[in-house]
Design a protein around this ligand. Structure first.
Ligand code: EPZ
Length: 415
């Protein structure tokens, strides 16, 4: 079991490039099931979750291979229409094969993903959307069994903003008969990236990126070529790493619009943040104020940066109130940060962080993807050595994070 060992006290300076966005690449890879033939993608990150997705697509009849900078997906009629529990339990996003399989083949058998560390993660809104499009859904033996002779366009109102739900229903609606209108649709940039790939394949979509997405079903889609957007969560994580170590870091290949909520908050703390056309720079700061954050759907503060921002608040001047409104249990990093000397009082969905002068290195344990990033960040400034165990969580969503941080001056190694 790999560990990440970080020696605190080294300032990060310089430039770093983001990799492709995990949360755009995953739905886009599943959308290839909608069109037989060869799909070509660029900027697909090398991550465990991409491997898991490739494994599942392979069982569904696809052939996936890296050819130089490209990732090619060869799709032919699905060999099987079942996404097995063994694969789905490793990555909940596997549920995103439901919409494409249902739309293309009229049936799908997908294991219920089950919960994960950060919450129960239900899929009721995914299934409600499929039913609205005319699918029959049965839950048997831990599997979703979906059938539909032909999906028919419908008006669908999501009672809560759901990224995966919006993506799944979009991928089903593009081959449905007639018009679908998705209301209270998620507006995350990753939704826009998926919509742009579906349009590249011939889908008729408008309103993506707003809360009302209109889709006119077409008979057939064809494979295309596409470059996946930059990973805005990785970009935010790297900016916070620079800020935390009082350094000056420029993150390249990132559209500031995708992380404006973080930029606003970091400026409130007192950091100078400069915007480039395709980069964001955090300037050196000797100290920073504690500020409150509340996580919400895009364009507000992303839940996927909450744990990382909390690390920044542990050594801020003052007290920060951090409210997590998206997931019910996304404070697993609090106990581990406290082992490093942070002063945090967690309630159910609110954590009060009192800034301390200094953190002290210690062995800590990662519990989920973003919590592991938060612990690595804290290790960058904790006095002495911090060893983060169970970093397989980190490898799900960060490509060579230790290399990126070392290149900026961090003393970090994988053991
Ligand atoms: C996506 O998860 C991301 N994952 C998550 O990133 C991210 O935290 C989340 O969106 C919110 O931005 C991928 O894109 C692969 P949701 P998703 O459906 O789609 C409730 C990371 O670290 N809900 O927007 O599962 C749900 O319980 C991961 O990269 C229902 O109630 O998130 C949650 O409270 C973690 N019923 C809220 O909605 C449903 O049917 C938001 O979930 C679906 C969701």
């Amino acid at each position: 079991m790999d560990k990440m060992v970080v020696m605190g006290g080294f300032q990060l300076n310089g430039e770093v490039e983001t990799s492709g966005a995990k949360n755009a690449a995953l739905p886009i890879l599943f959308s290839t099931l909608l069109a037989e033939g060869e799909h070509t993608f660029f900027n697909v990150p090398f991550l465990k979750d991409i491997e898991s997705t490739s494994d599942l697509l392979t069982t569904l009849g696809c052939q996936i291979e890296r050819v130089g900078p490209a990732l090619k997906v060869q799709v032919k009629k699905a060999a099987s229409l079942e996404a097995h529990y063994d694969l789905v339990r490793k990555m909940r996003a596997s549920i995103l094969c439901l919409g494409p399989l249902l739309a293309k083949y009229g049936e799908a058998v997908v294991s219920l993903p089950g919960g994960c560390a950060i919450g129960t993660r239900p899929i009721d809104l995914h299934l409600d959307g499929m039913k609205a499009l005319g699918a029959t859904i049965q839950l048997e033996d831990g599997y979703v069994k979906a059938t539909a002779k032909k999906l028919v366009g419908a008006n669908i109102l999501f009672e809560t903003s759901t990224v995966g739900g919006t993506e799944n229903v979009m991928m089903a609606a593009v081959l449905a008969e007639g018009r679908s209108v998705l209301e209270n649709a998620a507006k995350e940039p990753e939704i826009v990236d998926l919509a742009n790939y579906l349009i590249a394949m011939g889908a008729k979509i408008s309103g993506h990126g707003t809360s009302v997405i209109t889709i006119d079903g077409v008979d057939k889609l064809k494979p295309a070529t596409f470059e996946v957007m930059a990973d805005r969560i990785e970009a935010g994580t790297l900016l916070i790493a620079g800020a935390l170590t009082k350094g000056e870091v420029t993150v390249k290949k990132i559209k500031h619009e995708s992380i404006d909520a973080l930029i606003v908050k970091m400026r409130e703390c007192g950091f100078q943040i400069d915007i480039g056309s395709d980069s964001v720079t955090v300037r050196k700061a000797s100290g920073w104020r504690a500020v409150d954050i509340t996580t919400n759907p895009f364009p507000l503060f992303p839940t996927d940066l909450q744990a990382q921002f909390m690390a920044l608040m542990t050594v801020a001047d003052g007290t920060s109130v951090i409210s997590e409104t998206v997931f019910e249990n996304r404070f697993m990093h609090v106990q581990e940060l406290s082992r490093l000397g942070a002063d945090i009082t967690p309630k159910s969905r609110v954590a009060v962080v009192r800034g301390v002068k200094m953190l002290t290195g210690a062995p800590v344990m990662a519990t989920d993807l973003r919590a592991s990033a938060s612990l690595v960040l804290a290790g960058l400034v904790a006095r002495g050595e911090t060893a983060v165990s169970r970093i397989y969580h980190l490898d799900r969503g960060y490509e060579k994070l230790e290399n990126k941080l070392s290149n900026l001056g961090a003393k970090i190694r994988r053991v």
